[in-house]
Each structure stands twice: as structure tokens, then as C-alpha cells.
Design a protein around this ligand. Structure first.
Ligand SMILES: CC(C)(COP(=O)(O)OP(=O)(O)OC[C@H]1O[C@@H](n2cnc3c(N)ncnc32)[C@H](O)[C@@H]1OP(=O)(O)O)[C@@H](O)C(=O)NCCC(=O)NCCS
Length: 249
């Protein structure tokens, strides 16, 4: 069984208090709009290289296509963008029909689906990632989203293969140390509930240290199995419920 996404990680309050903010000010998240594009570009170029970074046109297109699936987290004092997450709806079996990030980012959106593909997660502050997942959780429940897939780089792969020339990539991505994934980025995603390895894809995305491999991970939105309940409640009630439940999951 999947572990559910750690949308509840480990808040409340102190955990998403940005290091430069006062104790009582929480990092906040909201849906992105076109006015955020300059800040998004700045973050892209800080965290991705020239080949990997999204262009201005791509960022605008993502927001326009799915404004309810483009989320940013911000510093409460300076309003500086700390993290961004772009998602899009995909068919529940999308990964059987395509191979690369480019494919997944451009497959036609289905009419009915409970599955999202995370086009991109970018962060300069881990409290930002917690804040944007916390923000999105009640919206996801209300809309009936069940799973989020992410394609993770495996930045330790190149080095591991240099040390284990006979090694198999499948073995590396499933290798664990002290019970946790050996690869640092799989460890990171595992700690956030993206622990289910669905597929290992060659030529997934240009990433030198990953030899361009990507690992498709699936996270389950906590409590999304109670779909009829969330559908019957107004969003503010769902939001209150997730706040109450956050500390318990
Ligand atoms: C991956 C990312 C979103 C995580 O952001 P974050 O929540 O702010 O967390 P950090 O960057 O501080 O990383 C958290 C931990 O995971 C580890 N980690 C995450 N990605 C890693 C990577 N590529 N290589 C090595 N370690 C990594 C870090 O070492 C860190 O460990 P620490 O807590 O012991 O310091 C961010 O590093 C990023 O934007 N990276 C570039 C873009 C990217 O790879 N996005 C994901 C593609 S799906």
C-alpha cells in the first residue's frame, strides 16, 4: 500500500515558519497568476540549469492551462517566492502510454481523471514545500484528486554506476540504507510520501548526474478515499478539517 503524502509534514506552525520570518508569521501559499512569472523565472534559474529551466512562455502556459493546479509559497515578510509546484491532470494509466517528461507534460488532458502529474517542483526553502502542499490539500480533496505522480531525478546514479560498473539501475533506485532510499532525491521524496516507485524511465529528462534517468513516483493524497464526504462539504469546512487532521496523520 502507498504511504499517503505527507501533506501534514510536520506542521503546524513552527515547521512552516520561514527562517527569516518572525515566529508568529507563517509562510503562506496561494495559486499563481501571470504577475508571478518574473519571480518564477528567477527561481527557475536559481534551481535549474539553462537546458532544464522553464521559459517565460512555458510558465505562462502552465498557469493559463491549469490555474487551479499552479501553486506558489511565499515569505510572509518579503513576499519572496520560496517554492512552486505545477501540476496537470493525466489519465490514470498515463505512464503506460509514454516515456519521457516531455510526453507527460504534453499528453492531452483527460475529461475525467483523479490523477495529477507534477510537471515541476522547485524550491529554495523547504518550509515553502510544506506550505504549498498544506495549501493544496483541501483543494485536492474538494476536487477529488487521488494520486499525484512526480518524475524524480536520481542524482546519485552516475557516481554509483562508476563504483558498481556491473550494477543495474533498478537495483540502485530500490537500494536502501538504514531503511531509507540510497539516492538523496528519492530519500527526499520518500520522506514526503512519494515512496511508491511506479517506473524507471530512460531518457526521461536532461539531468547529468542521473544519466537522464527519471523515477516515476506516486503519492496518495491523504484521506482522498473519503471522496463523497469532501464533495458534500464547502471548501472552508474541508480546509478546517485538514488543519485539524494535519497534526494527527
Ligand atoms: C528538490 C527540491 C524541490 C527540494 O527543495 P526543498 O524542499 O527546499 O529541500 P532542499 O533543497 O533543502 O533539500 C532537502 C533535502 O533533500 C536532499 N536533496 C533533495 N534533492 C537533492 C538532490 N538533487 N541532490 C542531493 N540531495 C538532494 C538535500 O540534500 C536536503 O538534505 P538535508 O535536509 O540533509 O539538507 C529543490 O532542491 C529543488 O528545487 N531542486 C532543483 C529542482 C528539482 O530537482 N526539482 C525536483 C524535480 S521533480
Amino acid at each position: 500500500m502507498d504511504r499517503t503524502l505527507r501533506f501534514a509534514t510536520p506542521f503546524p506552525s513552527r515547521a512552516i515558519t520561514h527562517e527569516h520570518a518572525h515566529e508568529h508569521e507563517r509562510v503562506y501559499a496561494r495559486f499563481l497568476n501571470s504577475r508571478d512569472v518574473p519571480a518564477l523565472l528567477d527561481l527557475e534559474h536559481e534551481k535549474w540549469n539553462e537546458v532544464q529551466a522553464a521559459s517565460e512562455a512555458q510558465l505562462r502556459a502552465r498557469i493559463e492551462a491549469h490555474p487551479d493546479l499552479a501553486v506558489g509559497a511565499f515569505c510572509p515578510q518579503s513576499d519572496r517566492l520560496l517554492a512552486s509546484l505545477f501540476m496537470r491532470p493525466v489519465a490514470d494509466d498515463f505512464h503506460r502510454r509514454a516515456q519521457t517528461w516531455q510526453d507527460y507534460a504534453s499528453l492531452p488532458a483527460p475529461h475525467h481523471s483523479s490523477t495529477l502529474f507534477g510537471i515541476s517542483l522547485t524550491s529554495r526553502d523547504k518550509t515553502g514545500v510544506s506550505a504549498l502542499l498544506e495549501f493544496f490539500w483541501p483543494h485536492a480533496l474538494k476536487r477529488g484528486w487521488r494520486h499525484i505522480y512526480l518524475g524524480s531525478p536520481v542524482p546519485g546514479l552516475r557516481q554509483w554506476l562508476a563504483e558498481h560498473p556491473e550494477g543495474r539501475i533498478e537495483d540502485y533506485v530500490r537500494a536502501r540504507r538504514a531503511g531509507l532510499p540510497l539516492d538523496p532525491q528519492l530519500r527526499y521524496y520518500g520522506s514526503r510520501g512519494f515512496s511508491k516507485i511506479v517506473a524507471v524511465k530512460a531518457n526521461y529528462f536532461p539531468h547529468h548526474r542521473s544519466l537522464d534517468f527519471g523515477v516515476l513516483l506516486r503519492g496518495t493524497i491523504p484521506l482522498s478515499g473519503l471522496r463523497p464526504l469532501w464533495a458534500s462539504l464547502p471548501l472552508p469546512s474541508v480546509r478546517r478539517a485538514t488543519r485539524l487532521l494535519a497534526g494527527l496523520l
